[in-house]
Write a protein that binds this ligand. Structure first.
Ligand code: AKB
Length: 290
């Protein structure tokens, strides 16, 4: 869409095999402000998309690292966005809500008392970003995502099972799920996620009534996703071995999100439902794995 030379990927490790041809790439350590600033200045960057974070489950196992990557990382990119006049996108999450939030049709503006370090640092990112916007005019934008389903293998989240289940269905015909069969969570397919970021970044500032919006695709339980897979792989089996940490996190998160403000302000509309997601995931993973 932008031309491959207009986007630079960055990481603290070499990019994965198969992605070499995609776009230019550079080393950036989110905890080292100089390395971010060098990349911004040397490449004349105007927009920064800040994805690095420890997710909900892995964050609970390494709280100090989550505080520094999720907290210090956000402070660094906000300061650099202020100094170099960047547009800045930082994703937020359903994890920014907690057990005292309404769990069905959770609105944009409501109680946010998360009980994970991931959630606490994401509320910090939302509030600090909005503060930098108000005080310094930084063009900060954020979306609260549900679980994102893509073919990229997941890393350390509570919603990871919704990706792993497709891998397991194709490779083993069986998935052992760490959440209870009736645990309902909101999710979204990869393409819709990327579309929402691009659409929101393109929306003129004056049309944004918020700086942090909910966006969502569809909600389901492990039982329901298993049923959707079974329509295409009839022998597929699901068993349950509950992980208390992830179950507790999932039970504190919304079952569904109200994203009507995003729909109204910048015409947000997801394309993928559960059936379309199962269809594309099985098709793409069949090509990748089999
Ligand atoms: C997680 O499960 O931690 C993430 C999220 C919902 O933010 N996928």
């Amino acid at each position: 869409m932008y031309g491959k030379d207009s986007v630079i990927l960055s990481d603290i490790c070499k990019r994965p095999a198969g992605f070499e041809h995609l776009t230019p790439f550079c080393y950036v350590n989110i905890l080292d402000k100089t390395s971010i600033e060098e990349a911004v200045v040397n490449n004349n960057i105007d927009t920064l998309i800040h994805f690095s974070a420890l997710l909900s489950a892995v964050g609970e196992n390494n709280v100090p690292l989550a505080i520094s990557v999720n907290g210090r990382g956000v402070e660094n990119v906000l300061e650099i966005s202020k100094s170099h006049n960047l547009k800045l996108f930082i994703p937020s999450t359903i994890g920014a809500f907690g057990p005292t939030t309404t769990r069905d049709g959770t609105p944009d503006l409501t109680i946010q008392r998360p009980r994970t370090i991931y959630g606490v640092t994401k509320v910090y990112a939302e509030l600090l970003g909005e503060y930098y916007h108000e005080k310094y005019g930084v063009d900060f934008r954020s979306l609260r995502f549900p679980g994102i389903i893509s073919t990229v293998e997941p890393g350390g989240g509570t919603t990871d099972y919704a990706i792993k289940i497709y891998y397991d269905a194709l490779l083993h015909g069986k998935h052992i799920c760490y959440l209870k069969p009736d645990t309902e969570l909101p999710m979204m397919y990869d393409t819709d996620c990327m579309t929402s970021v691009i659409q929101m970044l393109h929306t003129p500032s004056e049309k944004l009534s918020l700086r942090t919006y909910n966006v969502t695709g569809f909600s389901f339980t492990p039982e329901q996703i298993a049923e959707s897979i079974r329509k295409r792989i009839p022998n597929f089996q699901i068993e349950y071995n509950i992980c208390p940490i992830r179950q507790k996190i999932a039970d504190s998160w919304p079952r569904s999100l109200d994203d009507s403000t995003a729909r109204r302000d910048w015409a947000w509309k997801p394309e993928y439902d559960l059936e379309a997601t199962t269809e594309i995931m099985l098709e793409l993973l069949t090509a990748k794995l089999l």
